[in-house]
Design a protein around this ligand. Structure first.
Ligand SMILES: O=C(O)CCC(=O)C(=O)O
Ligand SMILES: [Fe+2]
Length: 374
């Protein structure tokens, strides 16, 4: 069975590494200036008004109606925040501290852990960089499997301490992701027993995941820069821990870009492309982006959660019928990562079978419903 890192390695995205020392830049270099891109509506005053009437739902996992509320949030937003998730605050603080410590290392040190051209783990630009003509005000560190080799490079003396935090964070997030998966499936009338790959104990033990540490340095000209360009995640779901600096925005149809405010101890959960497919299009995978600011550095940690990389994912049988034909063909995560590496935000439409038109279905129309970038 190909592991997730093999799957990523099989589908490299061409990101040549540049090494900006963000702290030394007093002005925004032209290569980071996004203002002339046609859909670059960064500071959009309309958003501010709409935000007051529309905000990403916050769901208390202790609420007996959690599954129903999550279902509603997934259907309308494709994203929600969770509180009372039982992740110890100390662990959330530890992983934020780890990210902060890592990105504060001098450039010459970070470079030692650079992601290799055909690799997935390590330090570098956003994987989506190759799809955009401008650079993002961003640096990242991806962890798939053990971070030991890279951490040894970064912290020759005390790498073990950092590895332990990652290990603990991974295990804890895997549990939470399994729980959220069950709640989201339940909201669609699907039990975990209906998911064959969930395993005999239906705990999704074989699920795969990656950890993405993100840093958005303070920026001398934030209105013209982009932290992370609009994208959807290729996952079932993504659990995001953000520090207390806002910047994450999600797109909701009819509302435009809406900021997801950092809430103390809350975690953001995105519906990813694979859950969108599984839900037969009922839950949108949320388009999101990150803006930067002039004074404060923003950090986030994304837990990218999906199925075993060779399991076929398709619209669930319970959601398919004569009036609800499957909207997508089946794909493995491995194959989908390849599709994403090639088509980026048009990947979903490239595996689409048919498009609903006024309640009717246009079979095999794979081109009409492409997601626009930004
Ligand atoms: O930093 C954030 O808030 C979002 C990060 C993100 O979208 C990702 O890592 O895929
Ligand atoms: Fe994302």
């Amino acid at each position: 069975m190909p592991s997730l890192s093999e799957a990523y390695r099989a589908h490299p995205v061409n990101v040549s590494h540049k090494d900006p020392d963000f702290n030394s830049l007093q002005e925004l270099p032209e290569s980071y200036n996004w203002t002339h891109l046609h859909d670059h509506t960064l500071i959009n005053s309309n958003n501010i008004m709409k935000e007051s009437t529309s905000s990403v739902p916050v769901i208390d996992l202790n609420d007996p109606n959690a599954s129903k509320l999550i279902g509603l949030a997934c259907k309308t937003w494709g994203v929600y925040q969770v509180i009372n998730h039982d992740i110890p605050s100390s662990l959330l603080e530890d992983i934020q501290w780890l990210g902060q410590t890592l990105f504060s290392l001098p450039s010459h040190q970070k470079i030692k852990a650079t992601r290799s051209p055909d690799g997935v783990s390590g330090y570098g630009l956003a994987r989506i960089s190759s799809f955009f003509p401008k650079l993002m005000w961003y640096e990242g560190f991806t962890i798939v499997g053990s971070p030991l080799d890279h951490f040894r490079q970064l912290w020759p003396q005390d790498y073990a301490k950092y590895c332990d935090i990652v290990l603990q964070y991974d295990e804890t997030m895997k549990n939470l992701a399994g729980k959220l998966m069950c709640l989201m499936l339940d909201s669609l009338g699907i039990t975990k027993e209906d998911m064959i790959w969930a395993g005999s104990k239906a705990q999704f033990e074989k699920a795969c995941a990656a950890l993405q540490l993100n840093s958005y340095p303070s920026c001398p000209d934030p209105d013209r820069a982009m932290g992370l360009a609009p994208h959807t995640d290729s996952t079932f779901l993504t659990i995001l821990s953000q520090n207390d600096i806002s910047g994450l925005q999600v797109q909701r149809e009819g509302f435009g870009w809406v900021t997801v405010p950092p809430l103390h101890k809350a975690l953001v959960v995105n519906v990813g492309d694979l859950f969108h497919i599984l839900s037969n299009g009922l839950y949108p995978s949320v388009l999101h982006r990150v803006l930067v600011n002039r004074t404060r550095q923003r950090f986030s940690v994304a837990y990218l959660y999906g199925p075993p990389s060779n399991v076929e994912i398709c619209p669930h049988a319970k959601l398919v019928g004569p009036t609800h034909p499957p909207l997508y063909r089946s794909v493995t995560w491995n194959e989908y990562l390849g599709t994403k590496a090639k088509h980026f935000n048009k990947a979903l439409s490239s595996v689409r079978l048919c498009t609903p038109i006024n309640g009717l279905f246009d079979v095999n129309d794979s081109n009409k419903n492409s997601v626009q970038v930004g």
